[in-house]
Design a protein around this ligand. Sequence first.
Ligand SMILES: Cc1ncc(COP(=O)(O)O)c(C=O)c1O
Length: 394
Amino acid sequence: MDVFAKCFDFKRDLEVQAVGLYPFFKTIEGNMGSRVVIDGREVVMAGSNNYLGLTRHPKVVEAAIDATNKYGTSCSGSRYANGTYVIHVDLEERLAAFMGKPKALCFTTGYTTNMGAISVLAGRRDIILSDRENHSCIMDATQLSFAETKKYKHDDMEDLERVLEGSPADSGKLLVTDGVFSMKGTLARLPEIVKLKKRFGMRIFVDDAHGVGVVGKHGRGTAEHFGLEADVDVVMGTFSKSFAGLGGFIAGEDRVINYVKHHARQLIFAASMTPASVAAVTQSLKLMQEEPQHLENLRTVVAKVRGEFNRIGYSVGDEATPIVYIKVGEDIQAFQFWKDLLELGVYTNPVITPGVPQGQSGVRASFMAIHTDKDLARIIDAFEKLGKKYGLIK
Ligand SMILES: Cc1ncc(COP(=O)(O)O)c(C=O)c1O
């Protein structure tokens, strides 16, 4: 049997391409912020995680250029060896202070942050409690860990309680959850989770990739939103979203972060964040603290757009998050809906299994501080027209 047989047998992409509905790896020819150029046409970008709109902020761009001039394009080694520059340490100190935790540690991507941290924090004889709709890098981290993983039904606190009751009282327990669920934009039920923490003696690890910089009064994320910062043991964040860079971090107790620093293979055996990214992220963090208008603008956009979606008949709630998920049905219908939106000049992202359960495929629109009223009107108009066409709204 040829080990590549599965590759030659895999035809799903070709089938979807043949009917003209393939939505992935779409090339972007130009990026002007809230508008991008696709197939030679300017469209509104409603599928980016650039929540605060900082990727083109002049100070962020300048910081990345300056750091490249000063330190070069790559650190050419891991944090453990020759890849720790003074700017990495400075960023970690600033992040710890911002997050109100004693220590922070940066990884090269958000994905490897979870892989590295979760897989070593939960070891043999420990139990990981994981929401069924957690991000795929959490799933991968749980597979890498020697701990036993117990998944609970998405957002279902009774199921979590049942799982906890069925777990040995003396085992170490790490509950891992997205703070803002990346596909559907809903918030984890942290208040209930914290109550269970107190009853069952577990530790809480929140992946706040879509929360830090976005929710909470000062943008410190989901725990700040609920006033529960002291109850969350480790917060993870990624730099590819509100921080306008590439990389990720964890923040928590000194000895806990130190343990990860000396055990996570994704940190020890992978090259460190590039100087450009470190500088862009550091500058974005400064802007989050010095220019609250970015977060305020985002909040205004989120409130406006959720209000509009609800007005035209979708039920998208009034969550504080900038991710709006519209369920369409099966994959192929979601692809068609996505394509029709693009034809109306609106780029979104299709969401299919395993990102969401079977039959819940749809599109995910995400919003940025830099969306103008004109952008929002175009987006809402397209969703209204298509919602009626597809029978999603009246
Ligand atoms: C919830 C969540 N965690 C982690 C990641 C990984 O972050 P990155 O893409 O920056 O590596 C993502 C990215 O999409 C995410 O949505």
